[in-house]
Design a protein. Structure first.
Length: 73
């Protein structure tokens, strides 16, 4: 699978990735398998498409998963 950048995703795909990233049940690994986006690419996509406060809250929630990150995010 070819790695896609944010510019290569359609609006609906960006929306789907955001929904997946916001979901606590879907891991970055699953996003990479489906869309070819690495964790750092998802973070960039989220930063550019969410309000600053929403992005910070999402990142804090992701960091708080700690050791469970492999299973979630």
């Amino acid at each position: 699978m070819t790695l896609k950048t944010n510019n290569q995703l359609t609006e609906s795909q960006v929306s789907e990735v955001i929904q997946m990233a916001l979901s606590d049940q879907i891991s970055f690994k699953n996003i990479k398998l489906q869309y070819g986006l690495a964790e750092k690419d998802v973070k960039v996509l989220m930063r550019t498409n969410l309000k600053a406060g929403s992005y910070r809250a999402w990142r804090k929630r992701i960091r708080d998963f700690g050791s469970r990150r492999e299973h979630y995010k």
